[in-house]
Design a protein around this ligand. Structure first.
Ligand code: SAM
Length: 287
């Protein structure tokens, strides 16, 4: 019997359900890792369509094929607005993609990353070397702690604070609560920028509505921007941009953008500006 015959018989699919009644299903080439940390199930699958992907508690965190969209947008939008982003804090981000993109900015002198689950970092280093390249950068201070506890007890202040969390379930649930958002604001220097992934306005309207009403009580300027991420529920994904002094478009740093000439696969000036133009249904949620 030829191997090809067996390969055709190998009929394994990974399905992520969204709200239990619709979802995304991907044919699996190989199960590369399956384990359990103190916090969550961790899986790595090799898929035909999207390359390798990291799955935590049954939810797709990223795939090799489209991770650049999310990580470029969560990092470069604030970093092309803040006038001198020397100190950056990332909460979550265990796969290393956000850290990789932040560290492409020479202005960043010190990046602290607070990830609750060390096993996610180890798995990412092993199976996703292109994602975890930033972990060896001397500017990185990597801590394995609960991000909510960290921002409550830390005394440092940062120019940019990025929350690259999972969905508001399990250990990440605290990262969507008012107390956490209040404490993150305390960690920002004057003129600082707060950015977080804020789920899908299509699939998670209640989470989006609640999150933005909290943020609007904390910051003078609160914006949503969005990106197209095919492996995420509905493909439309949102981020918040919050600051008391800066505007994501009026303060865009044309000079830095032109001189840095960052090589990116999704982010560019037009995408930066376009991302803040929202469809009406998303505008309604954050009114
Ligand atoms: N890009 C992905 C997304 O949008 O779904 C998420 C990126 S990353 C994989 C999310 C990380 O948040 C995970 O590594 C998870 O362990 C971490 N995390 C969850 N709760 C946390 C907490 N309370 N403090 C710090 N990190 C946390």
């Amino acid at each position: 019997m030829s191997f090809k015959y067996f390969e055709d018989l190998w009929n394994l699919w990974y399905t992520e359900l969204h709200n239990g009644t619709a979802g995304l299903t991907l044919k699996i080439k190989k199960v590369l890792y399956s384990g359990e940390s103190r916090f969550q199930r961790i899986e790595v699958f090799d898929t035909y369509e999207y390359g390798k992907m990291l799955v935590l508690y049954g939810s797709i965190m990223f795939t090799e094929r489209d991770e650049f969209v999310y990580h470029e947008m969560i990092a470069h939008v604030p970093l092309f607005v803040h006038p001198s982003p020397e100190k950056v804090l990332v909460i979550g981000g265990g796969d290393g993609g956000t850290v990789r993109e932040v560290l492409r900015h020479p202005e960043v002198k010190n990046l602290t990353m607070v990830e609750i689950d060390q096993q996610v970092v180890e798995v990412s280093k092993k199976f996703f070397p292109t994602m975890s390249s930033g972990f060896s950068d001397p500017r990185l201070n990597l801590l394995f702690k609960d991000g909510a506890e960290f921002v409550k007890n830390d005394r440092e202040k940062y120019d940019i604070l990025i929350v690259d969390s999972a969905d508001p379930v399990g250990p990440a649930d605290v990262l969507f609560r008012e107390e956490f958002f209040r404490n993150t604001k305390e960690r920002l220097k004057d003129g600082g920028i707060f950015v977080a992934q804020t789920e899908s306005p299509f699939y998670h309207p209640d989470i989006v509505k609640n999150t933005y009403s909290i943020l609007k009580g904390l910051y003078k300027n609160v914006f949503m921007y969005w990106a197209w991420i095919p492996a995420y529920p509905s493909g439309i994904w949102s981020f918040c941009f919050c600051s008391d002094t800066l505007h994501p478009l009026e303060n865009f740093r044309e000079d830095k953008y032109k001189t840095l000439k960052l090589k990116t696969k999704y982010y560019n000036k037009g995408v930066h500006f376009g991302a803040f133009s929202l469809p009406n249904f998303a505008e309604e949620l954050i009114k």
